[in-house]
Design a protein around this ligand. Sequence first.
Ligand code: S3P
Length: 432
Amino acid sequence: MISHLISEGINGEPNIPGDKSISHRSIIIPSISNGICEINNILKSEDVLHTLNALKSMGVKIEEDKKKILIYGKGLNSLKEATNEIYLGNSGTSARLLTGLLSSQKFKSVLTGDSSLSKRPMKRISDPLNKMNAKITTTNGSLPLTINGSNLIARNIDLEIPSAQIKSGLLLASLNTSGETTITENKITRDHTEIMLESFGSNIKMKKIDNKKIIKIVGKKELTSKNIDVPNDLSSSAFFIVCALINKNSRIILKNINNNPTRNGLILALMKMGANIQILNKRLNNNEQVCDIEVCSSELNGCDLGEEFADLMIDEYPILAIAASFAKTPSIFRGLKELRVKESDRLKLILMNLKNCGVECKEENDNLFIYPSKNYSVKNNIIRTDFDHRIAMAFCVMGTKLGPLNIKDSESINTSFPGFLNELNKIGGKIL
Ligand code: S3P
């Protein structure tokens, strides 16, 4: 895919797809609840379809039409052993959440994935589950992963790595475990699982003490399904937000965007940088905060972001690095260790591709430094993505300022945002 320079800004109202994190949970949780769940605006991207097919392969009745899907849940113990291995493509969220869910079922499951997912760390989820007596074996710490479903023992688990995927896997395991499991988060991460479990009637209690969060969940309580309207994805919006900010004469409106305070670090960071962003029509939907967002071209300042931002916007650093490249002053983003174990080593690819675009930048102790300039000269316009959707979309946005950039392996964008190219081109982008 080639992303070309645009001379005018971007203008209009792009359609942003449903939130990826909430979509995964909207399939998993109703599948083990009682009743029929109608889900509107679910994200139909490859990652989410892997979760959907996994649940179907375990006997859950799921009906799909263009706009909505229906899930016929039959309770905590209604899943059946899949006849084959469960293939999860590129989706880390599917892998970690399903490992938790399946560890307390009564059957054996084998999870596999593509070459990128098969390199990602899985002991971070199997180790805490094994402390609860789960029987999970990994292949050298990664997929393929074998789960011999068993009766788990409720324990107190202190989360060493800040990760909503690990937390959610443990919560899903606890649902079918007798007694009270306590999970302590030392850094707060996205809380979509807790919000949905609470509204489905789970016996779950949350308490915040300073920067810690303690979650107590009593298992073996059946859940009751509710209909879900999935809000649109802030992480997918991020590419449009930054594209509008860095290109002159831009104004865009993004509707019905999830504005969960455990996810909105990008907006806070950009506002700190002086971005002209208005948050409009704040409201609640299925207990998730939702809003509309108006963004206009802005002269950005650089900023120094502490590591407390990392947990609130871990997926947004590739696109924030593009914004920082066009700011008036340098930026430092601190505490980016987790970026190394995402769909690619994102820290490495951000640095390599920025340098190829002529942007001076460096990394020290997992902190990223970006020194913007007024005159970039692209050294090598081949953008390496290692099949990482967010690197590909971030550098498409870079192409609107420094194009043409040749974004390699850009089909990965289908893992989270199948309509990305059309939506950007519709409002003034030039991606071919
Ligand atoms: C996700 C959590 C984050 C994020 C991922 C989606 C989720 O991962 O990077 O894209 O849906 O729970 P970690 O929890 O591993 O940081």
